[in-house]
Design a protein around this ligand. Sequence first.
Ligand code: G
Ligand code: G
Ligand code: MN
Length: 684
Amino acid sequence: MASLNRQDLSEALERDEIVPYFQPLVELRTGKLTGFEVLARWKHPIQGLIPPDKFISLAEHAGLIGKVTDNILRRAFASASVIPSSLSLSVNISPLQFRDRELPVRIEDALNRGGFAGHRLILEVTESALVDNMRQARTSSEWLKRLGIRLALDDFGTGYSSLRHLQSLPFDELKVDASFVRSMDHTRESRKIAAAVVGLGHSLGLTTLAEGIETQAQAEMLLWLGCEFGQGWLYGRPVPDDELQAIISRTSLAPAMESVSDVGQGSLPANLEALPMQRLAQLQAIYDGAPVGLCFLDTQMRYININRRLAEMNGTPIADHIGRRVSDLHPDLYQIAAPYIRRALQGESQSGMEVTSPKSTPDGGHRTLLLSYQPARDEADEVIGVSVAVVDISARKAAEEALKQSEEHYRNAVELNPHIPWTASADFIEIDVSPSWLKLTGVPTENISHHGWLDVVHPEDLERAKNAVSACLRTGDLLDLELRVRRTDGEWIWLRSRGSARRDGAGNIIRWYGSMEDIDDRKKTEEALQASEALLKAVFKAVPVGIVAAEAPSGQILMSNPQAEKIFQRPIISADKISDYRKTGAIHPDGRPYQPDDYPLTQAILTGEIAGPAELLYLREDGSDTWISATAAPFRGQDGNVAGGVVALLDVDAVKREKHTLLERIGELERQLEETRQHSKPIC
Ligand code: G
Ligand code: G
Ligand code: MN
């Protein structure tokens, strides 16, 4: 190839030979197109298509890079007429340009001429651009932000300097360098590095996009690590503008995530909970679904996280759950839960289902579970998974079981507590109920016989009630049934009906005796109990971030979890005020000390809105300090007013340590690469 000089490039610009190619950017979870990266190509009349690495640095040295960008922007915006307005364009900006004070004006000009909205434009800058003139970089980026333009840090992880500057510039997006994506295929260690890079992005509140995705396995892994967006040959190579239409008309650029399962299982990082990918939305969903055993399932019904309690109930360690499908891990549970989960994935929240678990208790008894399934939604109100809550009510059931042990015992109980006694013929056709039934329900007692009782049972309880009775008729076992019954005033009330068979000498059933009990109050109390503080505490304990909740407006601490105590390295006492814990103070990343109202938790309580994530250097009483990333959300009482706030604390010191390992590893990889190069020199 003949070498190219300034003159060639200058003429090429005149002849409009520098053209944009477009590479699709997608949402990893769905494979849906979100925009394009614009990549320059030189359509040389003789040499054919010349890639940017052959002329971008020439353009930079020749002072023509500004013109290249002008041409690329002009042509890209012109092609954008076929691109739906929901899609963005990402354009690469050379490090040199980012130092140029003219840059914002040029870009604004190009936007105006092309009639392209600033908020649809993302500028990609590499790390080296930022190092030597931070002041100009900051001025330019502030200007660009005022135009609605977003900034992405390109090739993230390949340079050293940026980590210091990363927080000082208003980046919106991190583009994780393709080298991390490639290395993920190799070892568990490399996956940890990729996880740390994605995690770092999150802890700084940036969206993350992974470059160079070539296989579905890489995509799946990145999704698990919490990376939201991707780019690479799996979704499409850069194409000229006349091929844009074909890409846009496809609904998804990737096979559904379901179709690949070979990356799952053993090759996954053992404990994704340890990653700082817990977003507040998810956390909120966990709280909302409250009670005791908890897990979060994604749309493929895979465990994204699970708390200790539920793992125990399932009889499988936490780590074995993560990333696995319910159907693979617990086929027996899946039988019961699948319909509920599916409905939740369609947006329906369901609670209060009482089922018998296929998993037995340690001493072999059967478990009764109270289940709740809540859809969890992202900011766009799309269902991203299901928050599952499970309460083990076996203890209560076991007590009832004991009561059933002997008929004698049972009859005593009936006599002591004769709410609504009833008797029935052996086949359950003729039923006599005490007159107190009429008083409670308004339904005439004579209406009960000949299956008449089924007419007043709640439709949702009907199937279960019928099955229970026919099972008892078959086996002669004790009947124990909780069901809703319609009173003549139209109200539903919860009743519990228990009965046992009286047998003749030959063991044949001759008659049923039983009693009904009004349990409406108890059911309501149970519901209130579910929301109780004790249960919430169990949730707090299980969440892998520090949590502190405080009451509004007093600031009195309601609860905290061990992770929070670990971060602060001091006990947190419920009756204290949050202000007691601020005496030692904290420092903003720019060195300013925190004022009492700066703290995200205070902010959330004062403003009623999510505050943070904010990074702060917390000064401990013992003189040590630690970096924390804090995000706070208000919670509201029944009346809709802010009742308090809860703050999630991430230990970013740990993230920084991981980052350090990462940098060392990169250094090592580079050394290895250099060595390989040296050894593979041709002999001449
Ligand atoms: O596909 P590819 O070979 O196109 O891109 C190689 C590199 O060239 C990319 O990393 C990108 O940053 C850079 N590049 C592509 N187009 C442009 C451009 O218009 N301006 C600048 N400054 N760099 C570009
Ligand atoms: O700006 P940046 O360096 O990120 O540009 C992306 C570069 O990576 C371009 O050269 C583009 O052609 C290239 N690229 C995009 N997707 C893939 C991919 O899946 N595999 C490989 N090997 N290169 C890719
Ligand atoms: Mn780029």
